[in-house]
Design a protein around this ligand. Structure first.
Ligand code: FES
Length: 569
């Protein structure tokens, strides 16, 4: 180890300052030798009982600590704000950037030489990686792992069934009691959502980027091998510090391209786009929406809900992400260094697939349609996204009349109104649920089918919004429309009855209006402005960027390195 440890600036000092830095650490019962030249490893913990998906993280942190001690490091666990997708209001996405600030400043301000990020529920992964990128010290990610598959009346279930159960309940096919019983059957173990929703997508993202040890993505939270992975990651980060292997050494443009390829083949969440763009901008890699359109030749290999049949537990038993990446070998960049210090292919070349129905081959894929398609046009000049594998093939080219909801309250008031002028060919349009407009871009883009159509057996319609969709959701849903309605994007001027044209193959999203008409309507627009004049929400609404840039705050892009701002002691 040639480079002096960062932590020496604190614990290696003589005189009063060194006394203070060491003395207060010793009140935790830490012997002097732990603070004498050992790499100090931060364990950034998003444990919270309000984030049920991460509620087992204190135990996981203990496994990480065992590994750190074993390799000669000294662990220091610290909390950051946690984001529980199910409880936090108005939406966890509003706080992703706030958590990233917490992570960045907590790492930089403290005597930490390397850091282990404990990530789980959706936003906790991108938030922690974004924050760490802006500091850029040796970093390894450990995901919390998915829940065991839910079991309900003889059926396997998980989060995607929330939408199915909800529709069944609304149409009277499922009773209150049945719905209540299903709750406990679905979430029967520790861990995050067990489908290829956003949390699992993020776990695959960090593994394919090279930020984790192999197999991180799919080992169930309840499986003892999750603890083994945490232990080994704790050992490995100590060596990463000795090798000075930083995030910027791993997160090259090719690593991001690999992640995009893998995401196509797993049928990952549309949220992948927004989070990957934000991470790339923090580490200084020039990634754009168009990069997500460059994998049209990649078919769907993972037969996982919501695009397929199986669950993350099955994915692990079938060989997990290494087995899938082995299939993609010729489509991936080789030689990209991961946290292991070795090329990415070392993570998967020796893996095996144990269930070809679960992980298909490139020659015989589960579905030819995969990835995330970016559609552009006068309705989304900067792009919008759609996940073809979760959409209806019959609606991929569709023209229909707009049924417009001005905001979420308008939508809730009207969607089940029998007088709503809507039929199955209509296009549902929801405005003002974008980054600035809501604020925080909630997961409401997969609007419910109007009750009267649901009762007629309609199961999918084209839906368009500037919001997001849960990674567990499905349908022909166009999301992340940029520019959003709240800043005067064309979405804002769409009216009931306007003709909207979606052509996914052609990458097109248009409203059939002349430029003159669009401009006339825009002149009459009144923009909503900030919801509040103070606090974090004001800061967010004032500085958040559009979805096609990752919805980070403008002043957070890039990084400030690992040097402390001032040294007053
Ligand atoms: Fe936490 Fe789904 S609610 S991952």
């Amino acid at each position: 180890m040639d480079k002096e440890l960062r932590s020496r600036q604190w614990f290696g000092r003589k005189g009063k300052d060194g006394f203070i830095y060491r003395a207060w650490m010793k009140n935790q019962g830490i012997p002097a030798h732990e603070l004498q030249g050992k790499p100090v490893i931060g364990i950034c913990n998003t444990w919270s009982e309000l984030t049920p998906c991460n509620a087992h993280f204190r135990e996981l942190a203990e496994s990480v600590k065992h590994g750190i001690y074993e390799a000669g490091g000294f662990p220091v666990e610290f909390p950051v704000m946690s984001l529980g997708e199910t409880l936090i209001k108005p939406t966890a996405m509003l706080y992703r950037n706030l958590v990233s600030m917490d992570v960045e400043e907590s790492i930089r301000a403290n005597p930490i030489d390397g850091v282990v990020l404990l990530c789980g529920c959706d936003k906790t992964t991108p938030a922690l990686v974004m924050g760490a990128c802006s500091v850029n010290i040796p970093t390894i990610v450990v995901s919390g792992g998915p829940m065991l598959t839910g079991k309900y009346r003889g059926h396997d279930i998980s989060t995607s069934d929330v939408w199915r159960f909800s529709e069944a309940h609304r149409s009277g096919k499922m009773s209150d009691d049945e719905l209540f019983t299903a709750e406990a059957c679905m979430t029967r173990s520790r861990g995050h959502c067990a489908v290829m929703g956003t949390a699992s997508t993020m776990a695959c993202m960090v593994e394919s980027l090279g930020l984790t040890l192999a197999e991180n993505a799919a080992i169930p939270a309840a499986d003892s091998r999750r603890k083994v992975l945490a232990h080994l990651s704790g050992s490995r980060i100590v060596d990463m510090v000795k090798e000075d292997l930083k995030l910027s050494d791993i997160l090259t443009r090719k690593a991001f391209e690999n992640a995009i390829t893998v995401n196509a083949a797993i049928g990952g969440s549309t949220n992948f786009v927004i989070h990957l763009l934000a991470i790339a901008a923090r580490i200084g890699v020039d990634l754009t929406m168009d990069d997500f359109n460059n994998v049209k030749n990649i078919p769907l290999l993972a037969n996982l809900q919501p695009s397929g049949k199986y669950f993350m537990e099955d994915f692990f038993y079938a060989g997990g992400l290494p087995a899938l990446m082995k299939e993609l070998h010729n489509e991936l960049h080789s030689g990209i260094i991961t946290v292991s210090g070795n090329p990415i292919e070392d993570n998967y070349v020796r893996s095996e697939c144990f269930n070809r129905e679960m992980i298909a081959t490139l020659d015989n894929p589960f579905n030819e349609t995969a990835g995330i398609v970016v559609v552009k046009g006068n309705l989304s000049e900067n792009g919008a996204v759609l996940k073809p594998s979760a959409a209806s093939p019959s609606l991929m080219k569709h023209t229909g009349k707009a049924v417009v909801f001005e905001n979420i309250e308008d939508y809730k008031a009207k969607i089940d109104d029998p007088k709503l002028n809507v039929d199955e060919s209509s296009v549902l349009v929801l405005k003002n649920v974008g980054p600035k407009g809501y604020p925080g871009m909630p997961e409401v883009g997969n609007m419910s089918i109007p009750k009267k159509l649901l009762e007629k057996g309609v199961t999918d319609m084209v839906r368009i919004s500037d919001g997001r969709m849960s990674g567990t959701g499905f349908g022909t849903v166009v999301l992340h429309v940029s520019p959003e309605a709240a800043i005067g994007g064309t979405l804002a001027i769409v009216q009931d009855g306007d003709i909207i044209k979606l052509d996914v193959a052609a990458g097109l999203l248009e409203v059939e209006l002349s430029d003159v008409e669009i401009n006339e309507r825009k002149k009459r627009l009144e923009l909503p402005g900030n919801l509040t004049g103070r606090g974090y929400v004001w800061l967010y609404q004032t500085h958040v960027e559009q979805a096609h840039l990752g919805a980070d705050m403008d002043f957070l892009k890039g990084g400030s390195g690992s040097g402390v701002l001032r040294d007053s002691h």
